[in-house]
Design a binder for this molecule. Structure first.
Ligand code: AMP
Length: 514
């Protein structure tokens, strides 16, 4: 792979973009290329294969869309470019950009996203799009059905290539690549260039150019990385106080398990913070509703798991909180990438226990960043040493009966220090009862007990011991605030293996919803 040289930053005009594209950029108020755009556009225009390390918020979509659109021939009715994305949300965002910049050039774009009506998509294909944006399963399905013809496709993009791999979609992507001509241009955009991304690039690309960010550029330089230390049981109260101290316009809070989310939302709302949950697994309308309330400012804090927040491109998220630490540096990069976008200032605040501190130290080393300690005092987030309390402990002990003292399962939770560095996780004790969370929890470790796996093979409740029944009652109580669709899942009989939450992703092949 040849490395791209860091040439001095060029303007869009100097990148030789067509006047129609320059005007469309102007209409969006975009005046100068971001680093990833300045680096990638010349290579893509030359038809080179490219592997670019870039995350959402770096301007990666236009880094490939602008040169691709410029190279398409509107007079040719054939399909000429395919963009593959792991989630429907990201797919729809890419489509809306493709339409905005493609319209003035006479380029027709279409989405082929899983979960949306197949018949309508097939119908629309009769209009002969020049570019399609799709999720891998749906695109492949339509290639196999001979509704999408690949023989004229000149460029294929795998956006968020690392996610396509980690979400198990890469086999479909390979099939799509196989169906195209051998000399097509292939572009990978990925927040992290994992060995697997590199291996696939080596196998499928022809002398690719690498556009890599230096480690310190993996998180935007405009992001302030902070942490507040407290006891596990004080985490929620610390979050509430940090929120009131920082007064974010719009913030995300990340948790590692979906199980406690409903209860968290209820408690934060009680703490005078307009809060909602972003469930990756929620029906599409539900997600859209939550996101539009967030965009309108009616909700100021969204509680989400990493998967639920994947690919979110919401302008104006000023703060990201971590109520559970990210599982590794890559997840940390994805989380903080929701803020500090395109040069805006963003703040990341990790709320950690003493035992979790080593995880942040690792992120500092791996990402070349500094995560600064802060403490809360007198309604402010202060640099250590400025707090009157002065000590290491950032928080006063929670009063019995306050929200902080009753974070439910979290209160009981123990940090699993047996996990490898950077992978420490809160283990929430689960009962054998099949709960929505149980069905959506992380895949079970081989050899884990039924209780730990979420209970597929667990005995029925009648044979449970009183302690387990008590825990099941606790869980039911906790799920009281959960949305209806999530509760409905609870009623459904459990199927096969407990599955990791599948985010705003495409539906299984052949589904024809809505
Ligand atoms: P992306 O990284 O593609 O998800 O882009 C993030 C956001 O930045 C999108 O809303 C883009 O419209 C916007 N954007 C893209 N390129 C630029 C640029 N050069 N200057 C300012 N904003 C940009």
């Amino acid at each position: 792979m040849s490395e791209s040289t860091n040439e001095p930053q060029l303007s869009f005009e100097q990148l030789n973009l067509r006047p129609e594209l320059l005007q469309a950029l102007q209409a969006r108020g975009i005046t100068s290329p971001s680093p990833i755009q300045a680096e990638s556009i010349p290579h893509v225009l030359k038809g080179k294969d490219l592997i670019a390390q870039s995350q959402t918020g770096s301007g990666k979509t236009l880094a490939y869309l602008l040169p691709i659109l410029q190279r398409l021939d509107p007079a040719d009715k054939g399909l000429q470019a395919v963009v593959i994305a792991p989630t429907r949300e990201l797919g729809m965002q890419i489509l809306s950009e493709a339409e905005h910049y493609g319209d003035p050039l006479g380029i027709r774009s279409q989405a082929l996203i899983g979960g949306a009506a197949l018949s309508r998509q097939v119908e629309k294909l009769r209009l002969h799009p020049h570019l399609i944006v799709g999720t891998p399963g749906r695109v492949l399905e339509l290639i196999k059905a001979r509704k999408v013809k690949m023989h004229e496709v000149r460029t294929i993009v795998a956006d968020e290539a690392d996610q396509l791999i980690s979400l198990g979609m890469i086999e479909d992507v390979k099939q799509i690549l196989k169906s195209a001509l051998r000399d097509r241009q292939l572009l990978f955009f990925s927040a992290t260039i994992t060995p697997e991304v590199q291996r696939i690039a080596d196998r499928w690309m022809n002398e690719p150019v690498g556009v890599a960010m230096r480690p310190e550029q993996r998180t935007a330089g405009t992001i302030e990385h902070l942490y507040v230390r407290c006891d596990e049981r004080d985490k929620l109260e610390t979050l509430r106080r940090a929120f009131h101290a920082l007064k974010p316009k719009a913030a995300l809070v990340f948790v590692n398990e979906i199980e406690p989310i409903a209860e968290l939302v209820a408690k934060l709302e009680f703490g005078a913070i307009p809060t909602a949950a972003l469930y990756g697994d929620a029906p599409k309308q539900e997600r859209t509703k939550v996101l539009s309330r967030f965009r309108e400012g009616k909700v100021r804090l969204l509680v989400a798991t990493d998967i639920a927040a994947r690919g979110l491109d919401i302008k104006g998220i000023t703060h990201v909180f971590h109520l559970d630490p990210a599982s590794d540096a890559d997840h940390y990069v994805h989380r903080v990438g929701r803020t500090g976008r395109m040069g805006e200032h963003g703040v990341s605040v990790a709320i950690i226990t003493e035992r979790e501190a080593f995880i942040l130290r690792k992120f500092e080393e791996q990402l070349g960043i500094r995560i600064e300690p802060r403490s809360l005092a007198a309604g402010k987030l202060l640099e250590l040493g400025h707090a009157k309390s002065g000590g290491r402990r950032a928080e006063p002990p929670a009063q019995p009966g306050t929200a902080a003292s009753a974070r439910g399962p979290v209160k009981e939770a123990a940090l699993d220090t047996s996990a490898p560095a950077g992978k420490a996780k809160r283990t929430v004790k689960t009962s054998a009862a099949a709960t929505p969370a149980a069905s959506l929890r992380k895949p079970a470790k081989p050899g884990a007990s039924p209780a730990a796996t979420g209970g597929d093979t667990a005995p029925p409740r009648s044979s449970e011991r009183p302690r387990e029944r008590e825990r099941a009652r606790e869980r039911d109580k906790k799920n009281k605030g959960a949305p209806k669709w999530l509760k409905a899942k609870q009623q459904q009989p459990q199927q096969a293996q407990p599955k990791q939450e599948q985010p705003n992703q495409e539906q299984p092949k052949g589904s024809d919803k809505t």
